[in-house]
Design a binder for this molecule. Structure first.
Ligand code: DGP
Length: 141
């Protein structure tokens, strides 16, 4: 099986499973940012968020919120960092939500969030207009 997360979903590869539901599997990341770092995946393979059926959007977000709650209630985290790489910086091309337990002073500081600035108001307005135009296009299936 070429997709490692499909292998975990199928049970052919080992993982520490924390959530197993009809459409989703949550398991520990083998290289956690912090202990308790969970990856949530749809059992049916899609590469990225752009291919996730709209019918699963709420299901994924709802389970993500429950995992974030579990990090607080079960591990004593103060909060979480929730993230998803799509194509760029995505090392496993099977959609996965990272749910990382966070606590103030844990040492994680803007680890991949270099910030930039808009050159002027026209520059920011141009970016906003291009995004708004794309959003006004035909809806996803
Ligand atoms: P990303 O870089 O956003 O695609 O994150 C992929 C994550 O998947 C990365 O943090 C390491 C984790 N990972 C890769 N292979 C395996 C595996 O076989 N088992 C588990 N549990 N995690 C894996």
């Amino acid at each position: 099986m070429s997709c490692v997360f499909c292998g975990i979903v199928a049970g052919g590869l080992p993982a520490d499973v924390v959530l197993d539901e009809p459409e989703l599997l949550g398991f520990l990341d083998r290289r956690p940012v912090f202990k308790g770092h969970v990856l949530l995946v749809p059992k049916t393979h899609v590469d990225t968020l752009l291919e996730l059926p709209v019918s699963l959007h709420a299901t994924v977000l709802e389970a993500t919120a429950r995992l974030a709650r579990a990090a607080v209630d079960g591990l004593g985290a103060q909060g979480t960092f929730v993230a998803m790489n799509n194509v760029v910086s995505q090392s496993v091309p099977h959609l996965h939500v990272h749910v990382v337990p966070r606590t103030k002073g844990d040492g994680l500081r803007g680890f991949f969030w270099p910030r930039t600035t808009y050159s002027d108001a026209a520059d920011s307005a141009d970016h906003a207009a291009r995004l708004a135009a794309a959003l006004a296009g035909p809806p996803a299936s």
